[in-house]
Design a protein around this ligand. Structure first.
Ligand code: ZN
Length: 330
């Protein structure tokens, strides 16, 4: 029976027992980690926590010889949930001081609690060559499972493709990004990826299996797991460069409802939802796609204010030549 549980950080709490942030160190005898995976920096982003806990279970079974024909060839560090107290009450932030752990990187080992946590996460993962941080959107919005790249290296673009998620989307780094784990990892070189999948506050099992599959597939491709071949996923995969993301912000307020799914293709002006008056049920507006392209995110929390984000569309012209679809007219 493999027991690869470790403790990332142990700190005293004001009352009762100290608290610990646990992680898995699988194949520790195989040298420096090849892959480090981090989830639950935000305690309400449950998809990543679920996927990484299941992935750790799978890798431990591979390591202990319980998966016939499969072998573990590389060490993997898995931190399913960084924000352990946030996870207990499904809160994005660290419950005691309200800080957002993904704004505390690179952290400080003599600092406040969340600075120490951030520092311990970096210290535990920095020796890995591939590092992956998994997030969901917030409570209001659902994201198509995607690798997000910020000013990436060519190696990062290649690794993002190897993840075989439905989309790889490049974004311009902003001020917020510089305080995140994804940015802090850069000082150690290697290949650093951020995954976004689904919505916070609940599990979307279809997105979880897409990400799980992508990670296992990635492990096989980078030589961590031997004897495992998944083959091509049954969905199309697309890459989008910077400035090919069109957000749709609401002009109306009311109940926003949509039965459109992320990953669908939309045309400019196509209805993608409606806004209703929450009292008399009258239709206030038809919400239309702002551009032709891939619907990569959509609002799921129906109470809509003016200025709220309703959807994101990835422009078709952003598709790389690798994609089977192209529309140079857009
Ligand atoms: Zn997050």
């Amino acid at each position: 029976m493999a027991n690869d549980s470790r403790t990332l950080l142990r700190m005293r709490a004001p009352l009762r027992e100290p608290f610990e942030v646990p992680y898995h160190d699988i194949g520790a005898e195989l040298g420096d980690p090849v892959v480090a995976l981090v989830g639950g920096i935000h305690g309400n982003e449950l998809n990543g926590v679920f996927v990484l806990s299941r992935l750790a279970s799978y890798l431990e079974r591979v390591a202990s010889g319980q998966m016939q024909g499969q072998r573990l060839l590389g060490r993997v560090v898995v931190i399913p949930a960084v924000n352990i107290f946030g996870l207990n009450n499904c809160s994005r932030r660290w419950p005691f001081d309200g800080t957002d752990i993904n704004r505390m990187f690179p952290g400080y080992d003599q600092g406040e609690t969340t600075q120490r946590i951030a520092n311990a996460v970096v210290e535990t993962t920095r020796r890995a060559h591939y590092r992956v941080d998994i997030h969901s959107s917030n409570l209001d919005f659902e994201e198509l499972p995607q690798v997000r790249l910020y000013d990436p290296t060519e190696d990062e673009r290649e690794a993002a493709r190897q993840m075989r998620l439905p989309a790889v989307i490049e974004r311009r780094p902003d001020k917020v990004f510089t305080a995140t784990l994804g940015h802090a990892w850069r000082s150690y070189g290697g290949v650093n990826l951020v995954i976004q999948a689904g919505r916070a506050g609940s599990l979307q099992l279809e997105h979880c299996s897409t990400v799980f599959r992508g990670l296992v597939d990635f492990m096989a491709q980078v030589g961590v797991v031997d004897g495992f071949e998944l083959g091509e996923p049954d969905y199309d995969r697309h890459e989008f460069s910077v400035d090919q993301t069109v957000p749709l912000v609401s002009e109306d307020a009311g109940f926003f409802v949509s039965n459109h799914q992320v990953g669908a293709w939309v045309e400019t002006g196509m209805p993608i939802g409606n806004v209703f008056d929450p009292f008399d049920g009258a239709e206030r507006a038809v919400v239309r796609a702002p551009a032709s392209g891939l619907l990569s995110g959509i609002r799921r929390q129906p109470l809509l204010y003016q200025g709220d984000l309703i959807a994101r569309v990835q422009l078709r012209s952003g598709l790389s030549p690798r994609s089977p679809v192209s529309n140079p007219g857009q």
